[in-house]
Design a protein around this ligand. Structure first.
Ligand code: 5GP
Length: 123
């Protein structure tokens, strides 16, 4: 699989500092910031700093250091935002057309603070 990354996507511009963001946590490999259109009381986006289009791209091609940093940062953010307890949260990553991915830079949505309903309506 060949992945084509668009360096002008909105998260690339946020990572370059061209567009402001409300940062929750930043590490050498990862940035977590608040979604501009929150769908729940907690709605943040965890984004690796590397140029990865989708989750499978990141999982296949990122270094072990980037992958560990990303997941450990998500864990810290869940603790920091107080959603790691029994009430829980949802982590989602959309990919491509069927996944209705709007921004073609891999990101994980972390939502919480209210019951979130079913992920997909079963027909
Ligand atoms: P996707 O549909 O690609 O999984 O989700 C993209 C998310 O990025 C959406 O939830 C949208 O609200 C968020 N988003 C789009 N543009 C911006 C922006 O400029 N700043 C921030 N913080 N979030 C954005």
């Amino acid at each position: 699989m060949t992945y084509t990354y668009d360096p002008q996507n909105i998260f690339a511009r946020i990572l370059r500092g061209d567009i402001p963001n409300k940062t929750v946590m930043e590490t050498p490999h990862t940035l977590v910031f608040h979604d501009i259109r929150p769908q729940a009381p907690v709605h943040v986006l965890a984004v690796p700093k590397g140029a990865y289009v989708t989750y499978d791209h990141f999982a296949a091609e990122a270094s072990a250091e980037e992958i560990v940093d990303f997941h450990r940062t998500v864990a810290k953010v869940c603790q920091m935002l107080d959603i790691a307890g029994p009430e829980g949260y949802r982590a989602i990553t959309n990919a491509g057309e069927h996944g209705m991915q709007e921004v073609p830079h891999f990101h994980m949505h972390i939502l919480g603070g209210r019951p979130l309903g079913r992920l997909v309506e079963l027909i």
